[in-house]
Design a protein around this ligand. Structure first.
Ligand code: FAD
Ligand code: 2HG
Ligand code: ZN
Length: 476
């Protein structure tokens, strides 16, 4: 294998290769620290041609490849297995913005560009790239597309799949498929692009993408609302579409338990409201039309205040603050975006990234909380998430002071109860985080034989030697 590593070096150079244990370590474990894998080397190519040459060498030597972007994934998909017969192929050196087409509302980028850089570049050109999530400062667009990431603006703009026109992919045999087409319409046979989006690196390596852009918002209103129940949250959102004139861009639900963890673990986090409540909604409206000056004209903030006033009269909102400036809005968002970090700091937790139809969400929450408590009465439910997508992170924090080992003895009982409930409501056991390694067994259990057979047929046809991220998504 020493010879193999040296041949990798001739392709990517010293700068593109990490072989020492200390240097490799950060690439071998996931954000949640669930897994610790092993790899012959961390390979960091700088161009698509280098990726192709590395993949060809691995195909010839039957060495498996674990693609990795920012390594912020929640499902363990970017961590190699323990065999040591894999390389990690990190795309982070492929971080160039290649083109901005302002008129055509598109941007062409390499796969390793950090999401925040894409957002900022779009903004500098008076455009918006709407994918937005807590890990945006370190996740990469290649990882976002490979997980079909969701985030906090899906209800208005769609998930990652909806934000991309074309991609370039290095196939498992090393061939380069150039599908970098900036086309909104393209019905030329099977949609290969859609195959790779959400494939979590099991079918090939995304090396470039043409992304869609939108007009940059010029008027934004953000509010922090206490609501009596998830049912009220859903009704509040339902009415907000018309009241905002179709400008609802985010609607996030949080329970008090999660918020308490944020106050405890995030310095400077404070409650925007005087009283304690059980449920909160962060509502954001935005429009590319600037608020007009003049006595009879109002912007989104005034419209939102009026709507929330009506909602209070109906009992849908108990108390509310509408952000008066950007820094207040950012503080509301920090309370929401720091839920994952706070849960991590608090200790062991089990994540359930589920979705059901929005109208079924309140019933699901009531039944889900009971099911969780039945499986482990001392557990601490931490439900939060993207209510407008019917997608909740129906998480479960361990009882205080418990070790991970002790807590995980109840893992199957807790998750089984939640996933069975989700299934009984016609929902999904993985709304936006993918399957990775952590849900391979669940996929087998909760997807039909027809679906599993079709996925396996595809995987075997495109990656006959099972070298692309083996052990992830679907077992062959
Ligand atoms: P990685 O973690 O490196 O990889 C993810 C998967 O994609 C792996 O299977 C990997 O093999 C594969 N992959 C990576 N790059 C490529 C490539 N170029 N070609 C082929 N395969 C590739 N996710 C959401 O959907 N919504 C959220 O709101 C959200 N919030 C988050 C908040 C926090 C604080 C954190 C830590 C994570 C959050 N995530 C969220 C999860 C994560 O950020 C996303 O899944 C993100 O899309 C992963 O991008 P990445 O570059 O880190 O990918
Ligand atoms: C979010 O919406 C992410 O903040 C992470 O998808 C959710 O930590 C989680 O469970
Ligand atoms: Zn999420």
């Amino acid at each position: 294998m020493a010879d193999f590593v040296e041949r990798l070096r001739t392709i990517v150079g010293d700068k593109g290769l990490i072989t020492d244990d200390q240097g490799k370590h950060p690439y071998l474990t996931d954000w949640r620290e669930n897994y610790l894998g092993s790899a012959l080397a961390i390979v960091r190519p700088a161009t698509t041609e280098e990726v192709s040459a590395v993949v060809k060498l691995c195909a010839a030597e039957k060495v498996a490849i674990c693609p990795q972007g920012g390594n912020t994934g929640m499902s363990g998909g970017a961590t190699p297995q323990e065999s040591g017969r894999e390389i990690v192929l990190s795309l982070t050196r492929m971080n160039r913005i290649l083109e901005i087409d302002k008129v055509g509302y598109s941007m062409t980028v390499e796969a390793g560009v950090v999401l925040k850089t894409i957002q900022e570049t779009a903004s500098e050109h008076d455009r918006l790239f709407p994918l937005s999530l807590g890990a945006e400062g370190s996740c990469t667009i290649g990882g976002n597309l490979s997980t079909n990431a969701g985030g906090v603006q899906v209800l208005h703009y769609g998930n990652a799949r909806n934000l991309v026109m074309g991609i370039e992919v290095v196939l498992p045999n090393g061939d380069i498929w150039n599908g970098l087409r900036a086309l909104k319409k393209d019905n030329t046979g099977y949609d290969l692009r859609d195959l790779y989006l959400g494939a979590e690196g099991t079918l090939g390596i995304i090396t470039k993408a043409v992304l869609k852009l939108w007009p940059k918002p010029k008027d934004v209103a953000t509010s922090w609302n206490a609501v009596p129940s998830p049912e009220a949250a859903v009704e509040l959102l339902s009415g907000a579409y018309a009241a905002s004139e179709d400008n609802v861009t985010s609607c996030e639900l949080m329970g008090r338990q999660g918020l308490e963890l944020v106050f405890k673990h995030i310095p400077g986090a404070t409650d925007p409201l005087a009283d304690r409540h059980e449920w909160y909604v962060l509502l954001e409206w935005s429009s590319s039309r600037a608020p007009r000056e003049g006595a009879n004209q109002s912007g989104l903030r005034e419209k939102m205040e009026a709507y929330l006033g009506e909602a209070m009269e109906k009992g849908l909102v108990l108390d509310a603050v509408v952000a008066q400036n950007e820094s207040q809005s950012r503080a509301f968002w920090a309370l929401r975006e720091n839920h994952s970090e706070s849960q991590k700091k608090e200790g062991p937790s089990i994540k359930h990234d589920i979705s059901v139809a929005v109208s079924k969400l309140p019933t699901f929450v009531t039944e889900g909380l009971l099911a969780m408590k039945k499986a482990l009465p001392e557990c601490r439910p931490v439900p939060f998430g993207h209510v407008g997508d019917g997608n909740l992170h129906f998480n479960c924090q361990s009882p205080p002071g418990w070790s991970k080992k002790q807590f995980m003895e109840y893992g199957d009982a807790i998750s089984g109860a939640i996933y069975d409930l989700v299934t009984s409501h016609g929902g999904s056991i993985s709304a936006e985080h993918g399957i990775g390694r952590i849900k391979v067994d669940e996929l087998t259990h909760y997807r039909s034989q027809v679906e599993l057979d079709t996925m396996r047929t595809l995987k075997r046809a495109l990656d006959p030697d099972n070298l692309m991220n083996p052990g992830k998504v679907v077992r062959v």
